[in-house]
Write a new protein. Structure first.
Length: 423
């Protein structure tokens, strides 16, 4: 067959390549996509001075005891609207989870959860926190992800926040290798400049402690309206990934600070208030494709006293709502929230598995079905199933049986760019 002739010359193509060189660099450097690693389903916050190496196990024990006192985990499932088969399957997995890894991500809080106790007290607590975290990691009792939230970079608390950050990171560095799942959280961000200042601070800590460049990534808490809409009418949160490329690991929505800043009365402050949905939609748009992950906030309705079951139903509904909207992580504040967190999360993935696996099998085997999925949708299907495996909701053997793919192929389907770039 003769090679067809084209009209555009090599010079034309070269000129177009030149015109798009900046775009190519932007997409390559600033939009790398998700890195395929595990994202925790929640972050637990505790005052920094209350952390001990046994805290995660203690919370798991308390969570199981609360569930047992209210009819067991299967009854919890029914409270959350699960049928008997689903509730049973979820309950057994949640019981295992609460006994082995009840907290996936833990933040020792030096901000709102600690308050102003004076410099001597906070210095001592920061040093003790570094020592306790290092001990927990060494003993294997630390959650997979762990770190601190320090005070914000507004003028009144900036020096204190930096000092606590310094003492904690320096203490960990002196104890040996940093935890693989180390997470640092910068709260109450209002401007891009504050994030650039944080980038400088962690860069200097990397230099001082001979750490690889980029080792100290951090989360940004979106708690102020100024970060969603700046004084020039632009969105500062959308500028963050490009102001400090590769440095930010996540954006976490702060339910109550943000709502209060917009004069929402306390009774109506909620993760599902319209102002919350708007902020979180902007956050999603701001970091799409950048690899920066998203977390929803918390509910302050705690399952204690006579309110356990009502609080579980509310929490379970809010967890499910976040998952359906693409927020795969949220905050928990009390051991009794762990059963509803995992029950709602596991039900979400188990309910969606059969349909997602069938569509994935049809796509891989190129079998005609009722839905013609494109590669982008196949990535979403694989990503959904992979998240279910990573959090313990479903087993790899179930995925193999239903979708006909093993974990390596599932990962490459969910993150094809990683497979391409690793070759």
């Amino acid at each position: 067959m003769a090679v067809p002739e084209t009209s555009l010359t090599a010079g034309d193509l070269a000129r177009i390549d030149g015109q798009l060189a900046d775009t190519d660099r932007l997409l390559e450097q600033n939009y790398p996509g998700d890195d395929g690693s595990r994202q925790p389903v929640h972050t637990v916050y505790v005052p920094a001075d209350r952390f001990t190496p046994s805290l995660a196990a203690d919370w798991g024990t308390q969570a199981l005891a609360t569930a047992a006192a209210h009819g067991g985990l299967s009854r919890l499932g029914s409270l959350l609207g699960q049928d008997a088969d689903l509730a049973g399957a979820v309950a057994s997995r949640v019981e295992t989870k609460l006994g082995t890894e009840p907290i996936e991500d833990l933040r020792l809080d030096f901000e709102d959860g600690f308050g102003d106790r004076g410099d001597d007290a906070e210095d001592a607590a920061a040093v003790a926190a570094a020592s306790a975290v290092a001990a927990a990691v060494s003993a294997g009792s630390a959650p997979p992800f762990i770190g601190i939230r320090f005070k914000c970079f507004e003028a009144p608390t900036r020096a204190r926040g930096l000092r606590t950050l310094d003492l904690f990171v320096s203490g960990l560095a002196a104890a040996g290798e940093l935890p693989a799942g180390l997470v640092l959280t910068l709260p109450k961000v209002t401007t891009v400049a504050q994030v650039q200042a944080m980038d400088y601070a962690v860069s200097r800590l990397e230099e001082i402690h001979s750490l690889p460049a980029g080792r100290l990534r951090f989360e940004v808490q979106v708690e102020t309206p100024q970060l969603i809409l700046g004084p020039e009418g632009t969105s500062p949160v959308a500028q963050l990934p490009h102001a400090v490329p590769g440095r930010i690991s996540g954006l976490h929505y702060g339910t109550y600070d943000y709502s209060a800043s917009l004069q929402i009365s306390a009774e109506y402050q909620s993760m599902e208030h319209p102002v919350a949905d708007f902020a979180k939609e902007v956050m999603q748009l701001a970091v799409a494709g950048t690899g920066i992950r998203l977390s929803d906030g918390s509910t302050n309705i705690i399952p204690v006293g006579d309110n356990v079951e009502n609080a579980w139903q509310l929490h379970g509904r809010l967890v499910r709502r976040s998952l359906e909207r693409g927020y795969y992580q949220g905050w928990d504040l009390h051991p009794a929230q762990l059963p509803s967190r995992f029950a709602a999360t596991y039900a979400f993935y188990r309910q969606g598995l059969p349909a997602a696996a069938a569509r994935l099998r049809n796509y891989v085997e190129q079998t005609e079905g009722g839905v013609m999925d494109e590669p982008a949708t196949a990535r979403a299907l694989a990503g959904f199933v992979l998240r279910g495996v990573q959090c313990g909701a479903v087993g790899a053997e179930e995925v193999q049986a239903l979708a006909g793919v093993g974990l390596p192929q599932l990962t490459s389907l969910a993150h094809p760019r990683l497979t391409t770039t690793s070759k």
